[in-house]
Design a protein around this ligand. Sequence first.
Ligand code: MTE
Ligand code: MO
Length: 266
Amino acid sequence: MLTPKRIPGLAWRPSRRRFLTGGAAGLGALALGGCDRASNAPWFRDLVEAAEGVTRTAQRALVPRQALAREFTAADVSPVFKANGSTYPDNPDYDSWVADKFSSWRLSVTGLVEQPLSLSLADLKAMPARSQITRHDCVEGWSCIGQWKGPTLASVLDRARPKPNARYIVFQCADDLQASFFLNAYYESIDLIDGYHPQTILAYEMNGQPLPVPHGAPLRLRVERQLGYKMAKYLTEIQVVDSFAALGSGKGGFWEDLGYEWYAGI
Ligand SMILES: Nc1nc2c(c(=O)[nH]1)N[C@H]1C(S)=C(S)[C@@H](COP(=O)(O)O)O[C@H]1N2
Ligand SMILES: [Mo]
């Protein structure tokens, strides 16, 4: 039987020793420098895909959705955090935001809200912030531990006041020119349980520094109970919706439209 324990990158309790001795062991150090690496072999992907259903079912039965993801200490932070997927949105708007240090960037909050918002980075930094050290698990089989800081999504939603028919929160990203005639732009969605989860934050800081461009500057989602692909980088817009059927190919996210699980619980 498949259990989460048999999937190295998705182990419930990461061995700190593995982070510390990964280089000497040779398994993990190649490209990841400090991240916990599992195999990239095709069988591994199949295993993860098969296990996703198993872990999701098991976890829904055993772990309440409101439970907190494990938090770590500063000593656990990975010396190098792998950057994955887009590492620089290739479009003129993003170039201009980088040039002015994101002072002209805005996060809009739209859709089923009483009060649509347009927030600057300064507006977000003026809000009460949460800081958390968590492990990021990519479906590809690697994990890294990092520190994230920013306002809770709940506090932003409280300002926008979702209407009673709100059911999902959709995240639109700046790396939209990745979209082609057959691929949708990067987007993601979560339900209100994760939307109001205390560890679901909009991070503008990573490891005590402004969020670096490869990791999603100026703002990314952290939704700590799910896999890495849910953690939308380069946020530009948050949409409050009652359905995501009309967005992209209707499955709720870039990778979901290509066949990945919408609820990517870990
Ligand atoms: N906008 C955007 N968000 C994204 C991605 C992307 O390509 N574009 N990749 C996802 C995947 S698969 C992972 S594992 C994480 C990687 O985050 P990192 O670069 O900070 O490691 O971002 C996720 N969010
Ligand atoms: Mo990922």
